[in-house]
Design a protein around this ligand. Sequence first.
Ligand code: BG6
Ligand code: MG
Length: 220
Amino acid sequence: MKKGFIFDLDGVIVDTAKYHFLAWQNLANSLGISFSLAQNEQLKGVSRVRSLEKILEWGDKTISEEEFTRLMREKNEEYLNYISKMDINEILPDVPRILDNLISRGQAIALGSASKNARVILEKVQLIDKFHAIVDGTNVSKAKPDPEVFLIGAQQLDISPEHCIVFEDSVAGIQAANTANMISIGIGDAKVLHEADYIFTNFTEIKEEFINNLVLARKV
Ligand code: BG6
Ligand code: MG
């Protein structure tokens, strides 16, 4: 049976959280706001605009609309500078094995990411050709946990939501997949991602038999 496999990007396919951290930390410090790794964790899956709003809330700062726009642009320029140096070595372990396994079975594959930089990152790590559909921050109006990004992905793959499986590292993304009535697979910490239907620390733990069962499964 043909299923739709939808992958989040940041934290699932590549570990870009470290680059977001460096850029957000720089921005926060320039405003006299401290920014920790724990706070960076809370920005996973969160849109660029909402991330800056949260940092300003944490620092109890108010800024003008013009400064907000300037800071967003500067943050992204710094982030893109890190991204420009990415290559295939930054793909997380066993992601190509899973993608190639699904492709060899004729399964449909989509990206479902909040990032507006998704295409450039997929190009840098040379995975862009593995995806039949790419839905990213440039295509959605509602951020995760809203299911919009995954529902558009399913639509573009022409697979009904209950026949889709989502791989996600953020709580908001798992909630979005569950709301979309898709099978949710958490990649990361089981304590954090406990709302997922299945949880793995990373893709190396996912065996071929599990993929076989997903191809046959249906969310009830
Ligand atoms: C998500 C990341 O995938 O994309 C967030 O987890 C990030 O940390 C968001 O803020 C938006 O990304 P970008 O690349 O458009 O700034
Ligand atoms: Mg993510």
